[in-house]
Design a protein around this ligand. Sequence first.
Ligand SMILES: NC(=O)C1=CN([C@@H]2O[C@H](COP(=O)(O)OP(=O)(O)OC[C@H]3O[C@@H](n4cnc5c(N)ncnc54)[C@H](O)[C@@H]3O)[C@@H](O)[C@H]2O)C=CC1
Ligand SMILES: O=C(O)[C@H]1O[C@H](OP(=O)(O)OP(=O)(O)OC[C@H]2O[C@@H](n3ccc(=O)[nH]c3=O)[C@H](O)[C@@H]2O)[C@H](O)[C@@H](O)[C@@H]1O
Length: 464
Amino acid sequence: MAPVVVKKICCIGAGYVGGPTCAVIPNIQVTIVDLNKARIDAWNSDNLPIYEPGLDEVVKEARGRNLFFSTDVDKAIEEADLIFVSVNTPTKKSGIGAGFAADLNYLQLATRRIAEVSTSSKIVVEKSTVPCRTADAMRTILEANSKPGCTFDILSNPEFLAEGTAIADLFNPDRVLIGSLQTESGLSACGSLAAVYSNWVKKDQILTVGLWSSELSKLAANAMLAQRISSVNALSAICEATGANIDEVAYAVGKDTRVGPKFLKASVGFGGSCFQKDILNLVYLSESLHLPHVAKYWRAVVEMNEYQKDRFAHKVVETLFNTITGKKIAMLGWAFKKDTGDTRESPAISIANHFLSEKARITIYDPQVGEDQIWLDLTDYGAIPAEPIKPNVSIQKSAEDACKGAEAIVVCTEWDEFKTLDWEKIYANCPRPAFVFDGRLMLDRKKLQKIGFTVVTIGTGDRV
Ligand SMILES: NC(=O)C1=CN([C@@H]2O[C@H](COP(=O)(O)OP(=O)(O)OC[C@H]3O[C@@H](n4cnc5c(N)ncnc54)[C@H](O)[C@@H]3O)[C@@H](O)[C@H]2O)C=CC1
Ligand SMILES: O=C(O)[C@H]1O[C@H](OP(=O)(O)OP(=O)(O)OC[C@H]2O[C@@H](n3ccc(=O)[nH]c3=O)[C@H](O)[C@@H]2O)[C@H](O)[C@@H](O)[C@@H]1O
């Protein structure tokens, strides 16, 4: 069975994955659709809905040529030969598996829509991160709702881009993973998608595997990346107690080619919309499969991350002589990592909540996160009233303004600009003693100490 040549693609979900992923596809007409009109309008404007280095240029070049953004979901489905499903799959908030399992409602609604609208056969691609064997449920929904003569091949094609480097990751991926049923039509569909990627990805980087292996590999990849961070963060606590230095330890360990140097940077804890969600998903999957030891193992990665965030916030309180009530604390960075405006699960949010519960006054600055978003995060999207905390929160337009008069400056995100701030000027405007807490191990500790700051860095003890 010769693979179908894909001429038109539809992508359901114009988010952090759908937008950038489809924007880099050359030669083939791609329509990205979303139910959220404001988001689609933004994709069609000069003010894209997400900040990602290099994205503006790529979108501007492709938009109107072979890339289109629309809210007409049905039309784009109907016209396409291949449909990426890139909708959100957050952690369930209520019902069975609440707090662990993935909420597959958006995925299932999109799948149902595909079945209801399609009048010709399609290749349906799981791009969203999903629990292992989700394609089974998709197949049942598609077959139960399809029109006569329409058949659907389901592929798993998880996305491995990281925010902040999405465009580089997409143009030059470590690998593209495609999972399919090992049937004649499954393998043919796999060939069709592989041909789309072969427009810009080398053949030996396109891995083709079974459907279930592909689904599980995505959860496994995120779990193992997060596990490295939790491991290094666990070691950072030992460093602080012993006088060892976590950067030196990570460097020495990472030089072993079997370990490698990446993802060994100690921090205030990992954030982002996926690591925690995907590990909890793996925990839930393991429990459902009656594998409690496996579930416990992965759960510890998230527990260590919670511990690291709490430990850092406690350290600030302890260092400021055990109380921060009424004290002004400047928080530099709100995004979950540099070069993105995304704040989902950002460690800065937990740390701010901690400071506010101790009745500190916080000033916040982030180069890419606006005031509205910070308030949404602080109020858990309206679940917590803003009024009681309003007097204690101020959001500033520059790092220098945020730091003015602060008794402590806390670096939560590793934005490059924090390295080159005029730290002498900042020091001159701080009461004494002036503290800097470097949650990202990014500042020149010696230089700041020379200026007069007391510097507390994750993973660096005072013992000599
Ligand atoms: N954010 C990231 O860097 C990465 C995310 N992923 C995975 O990709 C998936 C999507 O993630 P994001 O793009 O970050 O989510 P997102 O929340 O930014 O975007 C999802 C979009 O889907 C839309 N949507 C939901 N249901 C819909 C429906 N039935 N019809 C049309 N549109 C619908 C939403 O309105 C939203 O705009 C998730 O499963 C995530 O785990 C995978 C790799 C990287
Ligand atoms: O499934 C996903 O959503 C994506 O999740 C991560 O990408 P992302 O969360 O965008 O960013 P990362 O660079 O992985 O950083 C995640 C968090 O870990 C932190 N981190 C990262 C690396 C490190 O050494 N130390 C560390 O604390 C970052 O600051 C950030 O808070 C993975 O890296 C991607 O491969 C994956 O596609």
